[in-house]
Design a protein around this ligand. Structure first.
Ligand SMILES: C[S@@+](CC[C@H](N)C(=O)[O-])C[C@H]1O[C@@H](n2cnc3c(N)ncnc32)[C@H](O)[C@@H]1O
Length: 494
């Protein structure tokens, strides 16, 4: 009996230990939202809880399709631009699209541009087909290149010979998007419209960090006592194969969580040993990158998405940002030979293990899910909200508000009309909006915007229906005016 009593006691102790340990292990787990999570202003958009459930199911289905299509589009961009698997000349995707679309008969061209799933009878252009065939061969031969190896996983085994033709509809989708964006759209509003339904892209560049750094500087100026311990990055991205200017001399990297850590430490907004930066993304490939980085020392290679052009130089502020980027999270390291001579290359950073350990990631859709058991001090979302329609944006903002502690800050770069009102409905006070110019000419600046929004302490139900007038004024004066002129919003690069 004593033995049994001991065993039972031991079991109780173990169960107690598990009961104590389990909640800690589960903190930060996303859960799907339901109708009861919505603030009253959003209840009106869906007639009933059942209608809301149906809506969320549709978002989940659309998101899976858009992620899957996006992965195949990255494959097309890689096939056209990479020199890792072929010696054939690189093809610029936008120029390839132009030649393809303009080479179609008038009837097919009109159908391509107006019918989202129309596939012309023409088939692959010759040079594009030859590159894709080389990639398919490389995929079949146990590839060492990490991107080719990833695309090998993506394509169904056994069907790879037939795959060149099977990928033609993906090339057509790429051509339709690029043609409309680069050659048909006459203003930023039309480009923005394309983003709301396009396939999901995981593209990311260090450029996105400049607005975030500027926004954090603004927060520091108005709230000098703020100490940030927990950050949520929504959609950090991973640079597998962008639609232009592919750099594949080094394996895919993510930058934003590193850049946020760098900015917080550099601005003395956080202490390294007390900082955690969690990322969430709908793309498993992005989450997988963060799951793996803890397994070896991280050497981060920093390079701009576009090279500095003497005729359209970087701004002084952006140059100053680039000069210090990465220096607060590690030590400069020797450049990889493959990148050293590239004009876009800035520096390599051996990231300190404490910083790497602070970075984690999970799969989560910010439109349909939220982390309900944790509130962050800061949420950063750049080049993500552009992919959402207005209802999805409202849900995402509501979820972000729920994941922020009262007084916590949201930084993003989405400037559509109605943004301030949507943020107000979700429980945010708009504190600042800044336009940051990265470079370019006076007539055609390359710019980004950064919004600083603070979660109000008020209960969500008690918010005003009218957004603050000053924020509206900022929106219409700066963003709309710049956008209507000939500036290039940075979002165009992702
Ligand atoms: C264009 S990348 C931007 C990456 C980075 N934030 C930047 O600015 O460079 C968009 C990222 O957001 C992710 N994403 C898109 N929709 C999302 C959603 N509903 N929830 C979470 N992540 C999302 C994509 O998978 C992708 O990794």
């Amino acid at each position: 009996m004593p033995a049994i009593a001991f065993t039972l006691n031991a079991a109780v102790v173990c169960l107690l230990a598990l009961a104590i340990a389990a909640p800690a292990a589960l903190v930060g787990v996303p859960r799907r939202i339901d109708f009861a999570d919505l603030p009253p202003a959003l209840h009106r958009r869906w007639a009933s809880p059942q209608e809301f459930t149906t809506y969320l199911d549709r978002v989940v289905g659309d998101t899976s399709r858009r992620v899957a299509e996006g992965e195949r589009e990255h494959l097309i961009y890689f096939a056209l631009q990479s020199t890792a698997f072929t010696s054939k000349p690189r093809l610029e995707p936008a120029l390839s699209s132009k030649a393809f679309v303009e080479g179609l008969s008038p009837v097919e061209r009109r159908r391509l541009l107006t019918e989202p799933s129309f596939v012309p009878s023409a088939g692959w252009p010759a040079a594009e087909r030859a590159r894709m065939a080389d990639l398919v061969d490389a995929i079949a031969s146990t590839p060492a290149d990490p991107r080719v190896a990833y695309f090998a996983q993506l394509l169904p085994a056994g069907e790879r010979r037939a795959t060149v033709d099977a990928l033609f509809p993906d090339y057509v989708r790429v051509a339709r998007f690029l043609y409309k964006k680069e050659f048909e759209a006459t203003d930023a509003a039309q480009v923005a419209e394309l983003y709301r339904t396009r396939a999901h892209s995981s593209d990311t560049q260090i450029e996105a960090g400049f607005g975030v750094y500027t926004g954090l500087g603004a927060i520091h100026a108005v709230d000098p006592a703020l100490r940030v311990r927990s950050v949520l990055v929504v959609g950090p991205g991973l640079d597998v194969a962008p639609r232009t200017d592919l750099v594949d001399a080094i394996p895919p990297q993510s930058y934003q969580p590193f850049a946020v850590a760098d900015a917080l430490l550099g601005l003395s907004l956080a202490a390294e040993d007390a900082l955690e930066i969690q990322s969430v993304d709908i793309n498993p490939r992005v989450v997988d990158y963060f799951d793996r980085i803890g397994q070896a020392p991280v050497l981060l290679h920093l390079f701009t998405g576009v090279p500095e052009d003497p005729a359209a130089p970087f701004s002084d502020d952006y140059r100053a940002y680039l000069r210090q980027l990465g220096r607060s999270i590690g030590e400069p390291a020797a450049p990889p030979p493959s990148l050293a001579a590239d004009r876009r290359y800035q520096r390599s950073i051996q990231v300190r293990p404490t910083v790497v350990r602070a970075l984690t990631a999970r799969r989560m859709n910010v439109v349909t899910e939220r982390i309900a058991d944790k509130q962050f001090d800061l949420v950063v979302v750049t080049n993500v909200l552009a992919y959402f329609g207005d209802d999805d944006l409202a849900l995402a903002l509501t979820n972000v508000a729920a994941m922020l502690r009262p007084g916590g800050y949201l930084l993003h770069n989405e400037s559509r009309g109605g943004l301030v009102a949507a943020a107000d409905s979700a429980g945010f006070m708009t504190k600042q909006m800044r336009t940051v110019v990265l470079g370019g000419t006076k007539e055609r600046p390359l710019y980004d915007t950064v919004w600083v929004q603070q979660r109000t302490a008020k209960a969500l139900a008690g918010r005003s229906a009218t957004p603050p007038a000053i924020a509206r004024l900022t929106l219409s004066r700066s963003v709309d005016t710049l956008t209507r002129r000939t500036g290039r919003p940075l979002r165009g690069a992702t």
